[in-house]
Design a protein around this ligand. Structure first.
Ligand code: 13P
Length: 251
């Protein structure tokens, strides 16, 4: 049995007073949750604030990206050792918005995944096709390439783990969720590809999350799918009440 994961990606939202209000409300609201991992990925500048505010709660904190070098003259960048030193446990890598707007490629994704693992941070690797690719029946080809190249040369040690998030680009922020059937079909494909890259054992253990317009009213059905182990939630994670409802999905 894979332990479910509900992760919130705040993207470029929230100001400091909203962050502290959110933390005190949400931390209390989910303090009794034990059977699933809860992760919040805020902008870099709130990482430490949230780690402190949510200490002793079931919430872990993740970054939305990181650079692959450990240190050096790279103005504006944030490295793995820096994140680890403040208590960050997860990092989103290869989000489609980074691929679309900031030149992220499968090759840079690969370097970041390796750097995260080297620094004992769990990467959440995002994959997903655009609408144009789906309409051209290229979904599996795109997913296969993103996984194969993103994980190239990777050998997971027994203590290391990665999370994969399937986020169809056409479902992000659009209100259009992939139907549970569509999501399950791609998740199954992801599991098979992971098995050929990393072996059946690792593939059986890797949590594969769905992301793209996940809301309180569609999470339950998504979580009933065999290969969906959790969700990566954007917009609906910005409100502590709706994110709590998603964390408390019903099986
Ligand atoms: P939305 O939930 O706002 O569609 O965003 C999904 C996402 O991109 C999470 O990383």
């Amino acid at each position: 049995m894979r332990r479910p994961v509900i992760a919130g990606n705040w993207k470029m939202h929230m100001e400091l007073d909203e962050v502290t209000n959110y933390a005190s409300r949400f931390g209390k609201a989910i303090s009794d949750v034990k059977d699933r991992d809860i992760i919040i990925c805020p902008p870099f500048i709130y990482l430490r604030t949230l780690i402190e505010a949510l200490q002793g709660t079931p919430v872990s904190i993740g970054a939305q990206m990181m650079y692959w070098e450990d240190k050096g003259a790279y103005t504006g960048e944030i490295s793995g050792p820096m994140l680890r030193s403040i208590g960050v446990e997860y990092v989103i890598i290869g989000h489609s918005e980074r691929r679309q707007f900031f030149g992220e490629t499968d090759a840079t994704v690969n370097r970041r995944v390796k750097a995260a693992l080297r620094n004992h941070i769990n990467p959440i690797l995002c994959v997903g096709e655009t609408l144009k690719q789906r309409e051209a029946s290229e979904t599996f080809e795109v997913i296969d390439r993103q996984l194969t190249q993103g994980l190239e040369g990777l050998e997971l040690k027994p203590t290391e783990s990665i999370i994969v998030a399937y986020e169809p680009v056409w479902a992000i922020g659009t209100g259009k969720t992939a139907t549970p059937g569509i999501a399950q079909e791609v998740h199954e494909r992801i599991r098979n590809v992971l098995s050929s890259i990393l072996g059946a054992k690792a593939s059986g253990e890797i949590r594969v999350l769905y992301g793209g317009s996940v809301k309180p009213d569609n999470i339950d059905e998504l979580m009933r799918q065999k290969d969906i182990d959790g969700a990566l939630v954007g917009g609906a994670s910005l409100d502590p009440d709706s994110f709590e409802r998603i964390v408390r999905y019903k099986e």
